[in-house]
Each structure stands twice: as C-alpha cells, then as structure tokens.
Design a binder for this molecule. Structure first.
Ligand code: GSH
Length: 214
C-alpha cells in the first residue's frame, strides 16, 4: 500500500498515526505541498480534491484521512482501535465525524492565521478570524474536555482511532496558538497520546518541518 502524505499536514499525520499504530505495511510517498505537487495531473488523478493524505492499495485509491484510518484498521487482523461491536464502533465513528465536522474547521482557522500565513509570507493574522477560531475552539475543546473527565481515552478505557484522529491536529497547539488552557482533562489525555510509540515515530523529521509539540 502507498500512503501519499506531507510531513506538515495534520490530516496526513492522522493516517500516519493509524498506520504506525496498526503496523500497517505502507510505503510512504511524500507530496510536497510547498512545490504544488498536489496540483500535478498525476496527483489529481489520485485525488481530484488536490489534498493529502491518499492511500493506494493495489489500485484501490482512497482519500479522506478518517476513511483511510478506518480502512487500515479493517484490514488489520486482531486490531483493537476500531471495535466491531455496533455501539462501540458507533462511538468511535461519532468522534471521527465530530473531528472532521467541528474540530478540524476550528483548528484550521487558527492554523492558517497564526501559522501557515506566516510561513507563506501572507501577512499577519487577521484578529477577527483569530477570534472566530478561538471561540469555536473553546466550545469544542470544552466538549472534548468534559468527555475526558470520565474516561482515560475518548471512547473509554482503551485507545481507539478517535484518540489518534483528534490528537493529530493538536500537534499544532503551540504554532497555531490553539487555546487549551483550562482544559486539564484534555491536556492530561494529550500527554498520554504523545507518549505513544505511534506518536513519537510519526513526528516530522526534517528541521524545516520541525514541531515543538513534544
Ligand atoms: N478532509 C480531508 C482534508 C485533507 C486536507 O485538507 N489536506 C491538506 C493538508 S492537511 C491539503 O492537502 N491541502 C492542500 C490543498 O488544500 O490544496 C482529509 O481529512 O483528508
């Protein structure tokens, strides 16, 4: 299987985390977003949305990072991060959809304004946009924090795809200035995720892509 990714892409990190945790046999193919390699005709044939990550499993091409996580788990015998019981699986799916629908848009605003714009030389953050992102993040961060008050991991006692999916964009906490102050449960949980081997082995390596997310 080939996994097309970019080291600074949090959506790629989500797929990489799943692959690493599941020990899935993926060959990594770097798509350099800074050189617009995601707009080449070859890449657009794989993903017309010009986005990473993309998985190619012997000609079966899958985009959307959460779908890639689910597929990798389904292909892995005896995995435990994507339960098969209807309710347990629905709980994980609930958080994956929540991540895509609510958390990612909120974090994307802050990542763009506080981080990416600077990297691309597109000027300072727009305070109105930063406020909008912070408001959304406080709301959704509160939802996550309250859920984690009762549980070690997002869906209970065991690590699931939900933890990996939701932690991925939080790697940008410092650079994107994502407000998580006051969310002690969330911070305790994120410390647990950062201690995972899968987290450590998927840290961006190149100095240009270095993160300060521990
Ligand atoms: N919903 C998609 C979003 C993927 C996405 O936005 N990827 C970004 C990097 S994190 C990208 O490739 N951006 C390039 C572009 O927008 O042209 C997923 O979860 O896979």
């Amino acid at each position: 299987m080939r996994l097309y990714y970019h080291p600074q892409s949090t959506c790629s990190r989500r797929a990489l985390l799943a692959a690493a945790h599941l020990d899935a046999p993926v060959e990594l193919v770097m798509v350099d977003l800074f050189r617009s390699e995601h707009h080449t005709p070859e890449f657009l044939r794989l993903n017309p949305n010009h986005r990473v990550p993309v998985l190619d499993d012997d000609g079966f091409v899958l985009w959307e990072s959460h779908a890639i996580m689910q597929y990798l788990a389904d292909k892995t015998p005896r995995q435990t991060v994507y339960p098969t019981g209807a309710r347990e699986r629905a709980d994980v799916n609930r958080w994956l959809f929540w991540c895509a629908a609510h958390l990612m848009p909120a974090i994307s605003i802050l990542n763009w304004e506080n981080n990416i714009k600077g990297l691309l030389g597109l000027g300072p953050p727009d305070p109105a946009e930063v406020n909008r992102g912070e408001e959304q993040m406080r709301e959704f961060g509160g939802v996550l924090d309250a859920n984690l008050a009762q549980r070690e991991w997002i869906c209970g006692d065991a690590l699931t795809l939900a933890d990996l999916a939701i932690a991925a964009p939080l790697a940008d906490i410092a650079r994107a200035r994502i407000p998580v102050d006051g969310y002690a449960n969330l911070q305790r949980w994120f410390t647990g995720v950062r201690a995972l081997d899968a987290w450590k082995s998927t840290q961006p390596q190149h100095p240009r892509q270095a993160t300060n997310d521990g």
